[in-house]
Design a protein around this ligand. Structure first.
Ligand code: URA
Length: 209
C-alpha cells in the first residue's frame, strides 16, 4: 500500500500479539504499548533533520551528528492517543505536545471534537499524530483536518492497528499524510471495531471496562 508503513519487526509483532490477548492485564498492556510505541517511534523519526557539532570525546575532538531544526510535535488524539504519547516522549523528551479531544458518537460513529490545544508555529515543525486504532478513520481524519487548519504542513500518523477501510478513507482525505502502523487487520465489524483487533484501546490502557 502506498504511503503506509507496516513495522513488521519481530519485537513489534510479538509485543502486539501479547496486547491482543484478551486476558492481558492492564498494567502489562500499558507497559507493552509503551514499548511498541518506542519501536514505532524509531521508524517514524528516521528522517529527522541532522547536523553535526564539534564535541570532545575523552580521546579527541570530532564532528558528532545531532538533531537539528525546530522541536518535533506529538499530537495525541484523546484519550487512547495518550497511550502512545508516553512511549514517544520516552524517545524524545524535548518534543512539544498537543491534544485533540475527539470521541466517536456510539450510534453514528461520527467524530465529535471537544478539545483542541496545540503548540505554536506548527507550520515550521514536523508533526506526529498518535492514535492507536485507525478504524473507520473518522476521528483520525477530523483530527488531522483540525491540525492542518492550525497550520501544520508536515504530518505523519502513527497507530498500532489499522483497518483496510480506515486506511482507504484516511488516504482519500489526507493523501499527503503517511501512515505508520504495527499491523493492518482484516476488517471492521458492525460497531466500527477492528477485527481481530485488540478491543477498545482506551479501555485496555486505562482499565475502564
Ligand atoms: N477504537 C478502538 O479502541 N478499538 C477499535 O477496534 C476501533 C476503534
Amino acid at each position: 500500500m502506498k504511503n503506509v508503513t507496516v513495522v513488521d519487526h519481530p519485537l513489534v509483532q510479538h509485543k502486539l500479539s501479547l496486547m491482543r490477548r484478551k486476558d492481558t492485564p492492564t498494567a502489562l498492556f500499558r507497559q507493552l504499548i509503551r514499548e511498541v510505541t518506542m519501536l514505532l517511534g524509531y521508524e517514524v523519526t528516521r528522517d529527522l533533520p541532522m547536523t553535526s557539532e564539534p564535541i570532545d570525546t575523552p580521546l579527541k575532538q570530532m564532528d558528532a551528528p545531532v538533531l537539528t531544526g525546530k522541536k518535533l510535535v506529538f499530537i495525541s488524539v484523546l484519550r487512547a492517543g495518550n497511550g502512545l504519547l508516553e512511549g514517544m516522549l520516552d524517545l524524545i523528551p524535548s518534543a512539544r505536545v498537543g491534544h485533540v479531544g475527539i470521541y466517536r458518537d456510539p450510534d453514528t460513529l461520527v467524530a465529535v471534537e471537544y478539545y483542541f490545544k496545540v503548540p505554536e508555529e506548527l507550520d515550521e515543525r514536523k508533526v506526529i499524530v498518535v492514535d492507536p486504532m485507525l478504524a473507520t478513520g473518522n476521528s483520525a481524519i477530523a483530527a488531522v483536518q483540525r491540525i492542518k487548519e492550525a497550520g501544520a504542513k508536515d504530518i505523519k500518523f502513527v497507530c498500532l492497528l489499522a483497518a483496510p477501510e480506515g486506511i482507504e478513507r484516511f488516504q482519500e482525505a489526507h493523501p499527503d499524510v503517511p501512515i505508520i502502523t504495527a499491523a493492518i487487520d482484516e476488517k471492521l465489524n458492525d460497531h466500527g471495531y477492528i477485527v481481530p483487533g485488540l478491543g477498545d484501546a482506551g479501555d485496555r490502557i486505562y482499565g475502564t471496562k
